[in-house]
Ligand binder design. Structure first.
Ligand code: ADP
Length: 399
């Protein structure tokens, strides 16, 4: 068995069995003259050596170049004279030098060990190229041995195979994300659906009083609305690159009041303080989207604030924008979560433990506000709790 050990996953093994050196026994066959070691300096051999399609070098056992062919000169970019003053390791990429020194020592020290390596060279112009190098011992006159090497530029293949591997890795990651997402989505959709089915069964059973039926139907509606908003969020985020519909002049304070009213219907026990200035200028927007953003921010404030905590909604003009801020008295946002809070599927560790959710609500807010030319933000308030807000450019009254 040849001895093998790999170093670069897509590189050939460096300790292959040595190639058998086949030496011609005749200088002439019936077909034509044969190049032999004895005729090494003959013009015929020179021509043969110089015109090889791969780099060819002869090196001494102590690692000096004895001769190099034209292709090797082209490959490295160094002139012949300079190469003949260099040693084999001089061309190696600094990171490949140490492992290659070991391989080279193993090759020189043991006739049973071959040398078949993919590694990097630094060309004279500083560019890095990948080369496939093989070496063989050539017995010379007496007991002397010289080393013949072939050097092939395989940069294109290696770069392509690295790119392929990277793409595969990205694909694997994307598939893992997709699988995780599907798991989360099925779970999130199943919960309200199970509630709806259970409650519908209760209503279907005879014997419930009119009030019971009414109460149950309201609960069914609540779960159905939750389901609808989950689906809507996924649709918003799935429509990548979509353009905003025609925007219209909107009074943010009015839209805010409407969204707050809706929120109060679902969460009647929470105290929401509203400070909405009524003389803010118009903004360009798409009303259903703005309602959705406010609903998501209010929904989060509700979810992440203890029952006694208050929620504040403020609408005000700030320079050239009109902004809406939702403040709460919950735990605020940890520093490590801050940069990622608007990413799809991102949820803080406490949220994962303590409450349901897909981590889509804020990503939807960002997408919808971006599409309307505005900005979103999140901050922890100095007095505790979180602030979520967005701004839209104020319309010039002369427009
Ligand atoms: P979800 O609420 O489904 O997790 P969101 O996209 O709405 O998804 O929110 C992303 C994360 O941002 C939440 O998991 C939570 O960690 C954090 N977050 C959102 N709103 C608040 C808030 N008002 N207070 C504290 N943390 C919040």
């Amino acid at each position: 068995m040849p001895r093998r050990a790999s170093w670069n996953s897509d590189a050939p093994n460096f300790m292959t069995a040595p190639r058998t050196v086949i030496l011609p026994t005749e200088t002439r066959t019936s077909i034509g003259p044969v190049l032999t070691l004895e005729s090494l300096t003959a013009p015929a051999f020179r021509g043969f050596f110089e015109n090889l399609g791969v780099g060819g070098v002869q090196i001494s056992t102590d690692g000096r170049f004895l001769q190099v062919n034209q292709r090797f000169i082209e490959l490295t970019g160094y002139p012949r004279e300079q190469l003949l003053e260099m040693r084999v390791g001089d061309l190696d990429h600094p990171d490949d030098r140490e492992p290659d020194r070991e391989r080279w020592a193993a090759f020189l020290g043991d006739p049973e060990v071959g040398y078949d390596v993919e590694k990097r060279y630094i060309r004279r112009d500083g560019a890095t190229i990948w080369v496939h190098v093989t070496a063989a011992r050539i017995p010379m006159a007496g007991d002397e041995v010289t080393i013949a090497k072939t050097v092939e530029d395989v940069t294109e293949r290696v770069v392509a195979s690295h790119a392929l591997r990277e793409r595969e890795q990205r694909l694997r990651e994307a598939l893992a994300v997709k699988e995780e997402f599907l798991g989360m989505v099925s779970h999130e959709l199943r919960t309200p659906l199970t509630v709806i089915l259970g409650l519908a069964n209760v209503v279907a059973r005879n014997g419930s009083s009119h009030e019971q039926v009414q109460r149950t139907v309201l609960e069914i509606r609540e779960s159905a609305e939750h389901l609808a908003s989950l689906l809507e969020s996924m649709l918003v985020l799935a429509r990548v690159g979509e353009e905003a519909p025609e925007l219209e002049p909107i009074l943010l304070d009015r839209v805010a009041r409407r969204a707050i009213e809706r929120h109060r219907e679902v969460f009647p026990n929470r105290k929401i303080s509203v400070d909405v200035s009524t003389d803010t200028p118009l903004v360009d927007g798409h009303e259903p989207w703005i309602v959705q953003v406010i609903a998501n921010m209010l929904g989060n404030a509700e979810k992440y604030t203890p029952p006694k905590g208050r929620i504040f909604v403020l609408v005000e003009r700030r320079d050239d924008d009109v902004c809406l801020r939702v403040l709460d008295e919950g735990r605020g946002i940890a520093e490590e979560d801050q940069p990622r809070i608007f990413e799809p599927f991102y949820r803080a560790a406490h949220a994962v433990k303590e409450s349901g959710g897909l981590g889509l609500g804020l990503a939807v807010c960002k997408r919808l506000i971006d599409l309307q030319g505005g900005e979103v933000w999140a901050a922890t308030r100095a007095e505790g709790g979180a602030e979520f807000g967005f701004s839209l450019p104020a319309l010039d009254p002369d427009d």
